[in-house]
Design a protein around this ligand. Structure first.
Ligand code: UD1
Length: 432
């Protein structure tokens, strides 16, 4: 049996939780470490699967990677000799597309298998490739790989993104920092991790201005140097615990966050009748006994994050009345609705809109995680459900949440990670 989470719901979650470093920022930073031959130290690095796979890819390419603490890694990419990524890795992690930008930026050449579609949508990378081409790269797709080569080096230019894309924005930044002349990228994404990657690169000697606005300006520099840098707190992990507090009618102080990054989530929870108190580096969410429905539309930052859509939907599923959730970023992000229906959730999906009819309580069932955020949302549902819930395929959840079950246990949740049916049975006997 694969690892599963088993839980008995019905306890309001109370207490404190400390949020780790942002997974999506960390993935960009790890690739960016390629751009210098000096040693780069990254702190507050979450110990989650996606991050560890990214570090494995670096090792595979020839970089020296050393974990010097539970959340600190030291990377020296001077030994990189291999500019081609093994097919096995790309299947394990989509963000390995950042290696195209970083290898191109440093070595003017990269061969990286084309990432496939995934559970939440088709996820093309045409905007990444458009940016690389504009910088002077010859790109062809050969045997399933992106083969990128800039024989005469990369030359700064003007790039307009047709779609606001987090990945394309970061990837083009990675390619352009060491290019000749100036690059302007317009219609870029503004997510907190874009600012984090830009700050990291600037701490290595890059000259990037405007990250966090619609336009990023990069003046190419000749070389980058080593740095020591701490990853920002994870907006989505924090948001997940905020929803867990509201849905379970609990009271959680969520520490090590940047409340500004959580405003769209706070706003929705307050509209529902919950109390949200912001401090300098923490946020407290007190779940109201009776919650109102509201409408949510996912949008690029500072809009409501698509990565929080399943978690807020599960929370809205326990509000009194009808909520409408519009998913405008990824077309297939409502698949978890069928799993939630097994727990009594009453959600109808029409195209990219879901109509949620709030119920009094979920009931325990056996469900599949399906993807990272859907998995987290189903755990929240299980913790609010009557009876016992098992969430299978939790490898997805472990891609982005460090010690999820331990953090929840510390908040009073009856949840356990089980390896086999005997352990699951023991849990059932213990909780009755
Ligand atoms: C990143 C995040 C992911 C999050 C998403 C949206 C990482 C590693 N992942 O994914 O968790 O859900 O941002 O906030 O940071 N698109 C194109 N062409 C492209 C690129 C994107 O059409 O070349 C479309 C996508 O299909 C999607 C939209 O643009 O509809 C946004 O995607 P994008 O921001 O690129 O998402 P990712 O960077 O893959």
């Amino acid at each position: 049996m694969e690892q599963q989470f088993i839980m008995r719901g019905g306890h309001p979650l109370r207490g404190e939780v400390v949020i780790g470093g942002a997974k999506n920022a960390a993935l960009g930073l790890i690739a960016a470490a390629i751009l210098t031959d000096d040693t780069v130290v990254i702190e507050n690095l979450p110990d989650v699967r996606d991050v560890n796979v990214m570090l494995d890819v670096l090792r595979e390419l020839g970089a020296a990677v050393e974990r010097t603490g539970s959340h600190t890694v030291s990377i020296c990419a001077a030994g990189i000799r291999e500019l081609s990524i093994n097919d096995e890795f790309i299947r394990r992690i989509r963000a390995s597309y950042y290696f195209i930008g970083a290898l191109l930026g440093k070595y003017h050449s990269a061969v990286v298998p084309l990432p496939g579609g995934c559970a939440i949508g088709s996820r093309p990378i045409d905007q990444h490739l458009k940016g690389f081409r504009a910088l002077g790269t010859d790109i062809r797709i050969q045997n399933g790989c992106v083969v990128a080569e800039a024989k005469d080096g990369l030359k700064g230019t003007h790039i307009y993104l047709d779609v606001v894309s987090v990945g394309a924005t970061i990837n083009i930044m990675l390619a352009a920092v060491l290019s000749e002349r100036k690059t302007t990228i317009e219609n870029v994404a503004k997510e907190p991790h874009i600012v984090d990657v830009a700050n990291f690169l600037n701490s290595m000697g890059a000259n990037i201005r405007g990250a966090g606005t619609d336009t990023i300006r990069i003046r190419g520099v000749k070389r980058l140097h080593g740095t020591s840098y701490a990853v920002i707190p994870d907006q989505i992990e924090a948001g997940t615990f905020m929803c867990a507090a509201a849905a379970s009618r609990g009271d959680i102080l969520i520490k090590n966050v940047i409340p500004k990054h959580l405003e769209s989530i706070s706003a929705k929870l307050v509209e529902m009748g919950n109390t949200v108190v912001e401090y300098d580096e923490s946020i407290r969410v007190i779940g109201s006994a009776v919650q109102r429905p509201t409408d949510v539309k996912t949008l690029p930052y500072p809009g409501f994050p698509t990565d929080m859509q399943p978690q807020i939907s599960v929370t809205l599923g326990l509000a009194r009345g009808i909520s409408v959730v519009t998913e405008s970023i990824f077309e297939s992000r409502f698949k978890y609705v069928d799993e939630l229906a097994r727990m009594g959730g009453a959600i109808k999906v029409e195209g990219n809109v879901s109509i949620i009819d709030g119920i009094r309580s979920y009931t325990g069932a056996s469900v599949n995680a399906l993807d990272l955020r859907a998995g987290a949302a189903l755990v929240i549902a299980g913790l609010c459900a009557e009876g016992i819930t098992t969430v299978r395929e939790i490898g997805y959840i472990q891609r982005g949440y460090e010690h999820f079950e331990r953090k929840l246990q510390a908040l009073g949740a009856e949840i356990q990670l089980v390896e086999d049916e005997r352990e699951a049975q023991k849990f059932r006997m213990r909780v009755g």
